[in-house]
Design a protein around this ligand. Structure first.
Ligand code: PLP
Length: 297
């Protein structure tokens, strides 16, 4: 079956779907994006992702290309036409195409692209069963990491460094020596006392939709949670570590910069949260549960 991509009002064959050469996403990274998990053909936490997407557009003063209800129709149709049962939906909105000038052009229409692709969740689960490695890297990003902008070069450089070190993720460390988040995930540790720690929301990190679902699950389980920054030294002293994201769910981190975390195996709490999250995501996608809220920084 040939794949199709939604681009500005039509569904085009994947190999010739295109946007204008003077699109501001291409020239200025003037755009935002979302990645939403697809389970059994349904989107997980669609509402939370839509709220975050609209909030990010508003922060950058990019016009909404269409209503929330219309976006839902485009998303569902893109998934349907590609017959994706398990996978992810990538959505990108840029300010649009115009002759290259730094200030916002007047009266241009935003560009909207939606791409659905299959993903093998069993492979992700197999990775989670083994645990994965992370490295630290300096956080070289801008001062508005709360906006899910397509300006991803520092994240791509950090992820490449992780790949070259045989690691899954790079944990970004700010100038104060604190881990902010992963290059494409939120970062968590479990202390020796069993406290779940993840960085507080502000402009230095993305408010992950998975993060907010895990916080709700942790609260329902009566777990102790602290939202604060932590240092790499605290990671080495921690019992467990993991990352959360739309495409990783809960992924145990078993080493940082080549040093084992805890006993060097996936942690018990990470395993439990992963199971809880999988059950949540499955029933959430089926519409049985409300979407995890987008938590504004
Ligand atoms: N932090 C960053 C920098 C990300 O790019 C992502 C996801 O891509 C996340 C956190 C996790 O967010 P979510 O759980 O909404 O996928």
């Amino acid at each position: 079956m040939s794949r199709v991509v939604y681009v500005n009002g039509s569904y085009r064959p994947y190999h010739n779907a295109a946007v204008h050469v003077e699109d501001r996403g291409f020239q200025f990274a003037d755009g935002v994006y979302e990645v939403i998990a697809i389970i059994d053909g349904r989107l997980v936490d669609e509402e939370g992702h839509l709220v975050r997407l609209e909030r990010n557009l508003d922060e950058l003063r990019i016009d909404h290309p269409m209503s929330r209800a219309a976006l839902r129709v485009v998303f569902a149709e893109t998934i349907r036409r590609n017959r994706v049962r398990h996978g992810s939906l990538y959505v990108q909105i840029t300010r649009g195409a115009a002759r290259r000038e730094f200030p916002f052009p007047e009266a241009i229409r935003p560009t909207l692209v939606a791409i659905a692709r299959s993903l093998d969740w069993a492979k992700v689960a197999a990775n989670a069963a083994k645990g994965v490695a992370a490295i630290t890297a300096p956080d070289l990003r801008w001062a508005r990491c709360d906006i899910k902008s397509v300006g991803l070069l520092p994240a791509a450089l950090a992820k490449q460094a992780a790949k070259e070190a045989g690691a899954y993720e790079a944990w970004l460390v700010d100038e104060a020596g604190l881990v902010t988040e992963g290059s494409s995930s939120n970062a968590w540790i479990v202390t020796r006392d069993g406290v779940l720690v993840t960085r507080q929301l502000d402009r230095a990190i993305l408010s992950g939709i998975t993060r907010s679902a895990i916080l709700a699950l942790a609260e329902a389980e009566g777990l102790r949670v602290e939202q604060r920054g932590f240092t790499p030294e605290e990671v080495f002293a921690a019992r467990e570590a993991f990352v959360s994201s739309t495409t990783s769910f809960v992924m145990p981190i078993t080493s940082l910069d080549g040093r084992p975390i805890g006993n060097g195996a996936p942690g018990l709490l990470a395993g439990k949260l992963r199971l809880l999250y999988e059950a949540y995501a499955g029933s959430q996608a089926a519409g049985a549960l409300p979407s995890a809220p987008y938590l504004a920084p």
